[in-house]
Ligand binder design. Structure first.
Ligand code: ASP
Length: 354
C-alpha cells in the first residue's frame, strides 16, 4: 500500500465539528456481505457508509483511508501492520484520533503489533469491528463503530482521554495488547483477563482513569515498523513427541513462543528440556507463555518448570500469546545481541505485561 491519501467524508451538519478523526478501513466482517457462493467477503467503505446515515449526528470531521482491496483479517501481513503505523505517523498532526476498522480474527495481533510499533503515542488509536455485517439488521457494527468514534474524539481539558492502542468491542474498551478474541458466535468477542477494562460504554462512557496509559503532551510520536517473522508458536499437548518438537526447533526459527500449561509448566523429561536447551545454545530465543488466558507464568513454582530459568527460557509472565508473537517479532528485528533481546522481552514496553 503506497497511497496514504485520506478522503474526507462529506457529512452535512450545522456548526463546527467537535473533532477530526481518521478512519482506517482494512475490511473484516463489519463491511462484508454474502457473495454468490454464500460466503462472507469484504466490500468497500462506501458500502459501510451507505448503512450509517447516522454518522452525521456525531458532528465529527471524518476522513478515511481504505485498504485496497479490503481484506478478511485472516490475510493480514506484517507489511500491512507497517502500513497502519505509517498512515498514523503520516497523518498524526492532522487528526485528534484514529479508528481502525479490522476483522476480529486477528485484531488482537494487529493491536498488539501497533502497540510496539508506535512509540510515545499520545492520541487514541482504537480498533473495532463486528461479529455481524453492518447490513444485517441485528448487527453489532453500528454500536462498535460509533462507540469507537466517540472514544477516539473524547478530549478533556484539551488532552485526549485515551492515548494508547485499544480495542473497543461490545461496550468495552480494552488495552490492545491485553486483548484476546474469545468468542466467534456471540457479541462479546474480546476479553482482557489480566488487565482491567479501560472503559465501559453505557448511557455514558465510564473511563477507568486509574488504569489508562498516562498522556504525555511533550512526547514525540515515532514509529518503528521492523518485524522479524522467523518465529513459531509451540503449543504443548500431552503426547507431544520428540520428533515434532525437534522439527520445530531445528528449523530456521530464531524465536519460539512456548505455550505451556497453567503457570508455565512443561514436561520435565530430559529429551524435552535438552531440546530446549540446545536450541537456546544455538541462539534461539524461547519465551514461555501460558495456555491459560488468566494468571501468569511463574517458572519454578512447580518442579515441572524448575529448570526453565536455568536453561535460559524467558518468562512471559501474564502476556497473551497474541502480544507475545508481536513482541518477539519486534525484538528479533530490532535488537542484535541476546542480552538486549532478553531485557526487552522481560520488561513491559507498552503495558502488555505486569
Ligand atoms: N474473518 C473475519 C475477519 O477477521 C471475522 C470478523 O471480522 O469478525 O476479517
Amino acid at each position: 500500500m503506497s497511497n496514504y491519501e485520506a478522503q474526507k467524508i462529506r457529512l452535512a451538519f450545522d456548526g463546527a465539528p467537535k473533532a477530526a478523526l481518521l478512519i482506517i478501513y482494512t475490511g473484516g466482517t463489519l463491511g462484508m456481505d454474502y457473495n454468490d457462493e454464500g460466503e462472507l467477503s469484504p466490500l468497500d467503505f462506501d458500502h459501510v457508509l451507505s448503512k450509517l446515515p447516522i454518522l452525521k449526528d456525531l458532528k465529527l470531521s471524518l476522513s478515511v483511508i481504505s485498504f485496497d482491496p479490503p481484506i478478511d483479517s485472516s490475510n493480514i501481513k506484517i507489511d500491512q501492520w507497517g502500513d497502519l503505523a505509517r498512515i498514523i505517523e503520516h497523518h498524526y498532526q492532522d487528526f485528534h484520533g484514529f479508528v481502525i476498522l479490522h476483522g476480529t480474527d486477528t485484531m488482537a495481533y494487529s493491536a498488539s503489533a501497533l502497540s510496539f510499533m508506535l512509540h510515545n503515542l499520545n492520541k487514541p488509536v482504537i480498533f473495532t469491528g463486528a461479529q455481524l455485517p453492518i447490513a444485517s439488521p441485528r448487527s453489532d457494527a453500528r454500536e462498535n463503530f460509533i462507540g469507537a468514534l466517540e472514544i477516539a474524539s473524547d478530549y478533556k481539558n484539551g488532552a485526549p482521554i485515551v492515548s494508547e492502542v485499544c480495542v473497543f468491542f461490545n461496550h468495552l474498551l480494552i488495552r490492545g495488547n491485553r486483548s484476546k478474541k474469545v468468542e466467534s458466535n456471540h457479541f462479546d468477542a474480546f476479553e482482557s483477563e489480566n488487565y482491567p477494562t479501560l472503559a465501559e460504554a453505557g448511557i455514558s462512557i465510564d473511563y477507568n482513569f486509574n488504569v489508562l496509559a498516562l498522556h504525555d503532551p511533550n512526547a514525540r510520536m515515532t514509529i518503528n515498523t521492523q518485524m522479524d517473522d522467523s518465529i513459531v508458536v509451540l503449543k504443548l499437548f500431552p503426547g507431544i513427541n520428540k520428533s515434532t518438537v525437534g522439527a520445530l526447533l531445528n528449523s530456521s526459527v530464531k524465536g519460539v513462543i512456548l505455550e505451556s500449561y497453567g503457570s508455565g509448566n512443561v514436561p520435565d523429561e530430559p529429551w524435552f528440556l535438552n531440546q530446549l536447551s540446545e536450541a537456546i545454545e544455538n541462539g534461539v530465543c524461547i519465551l514461555n507463555v501460558s495456555q491459560c488466558s488468566g494468571g501468569k507464568v511463574v517458572q519454578g513454582k512447580y518442579q515441572t518448570s524448575g529448570r526453565l530459568d536455568q536453561i535460559g527460557v524467558l518468562s512471559g509472565r501474564d502476556i497473551t500469546t497474541e502480544a507475545a508473537v508481536a513482541k518477539l517479532m519486534y525484538a528479533l528485528a530490532n535488537y542484535q545481541n541476546k542480552q538486549e533481546i532478553k531485557t526487552f522481552l522481560s520488561e513491559s514496553f507498552s503495558g502488555e505485561m505486569a
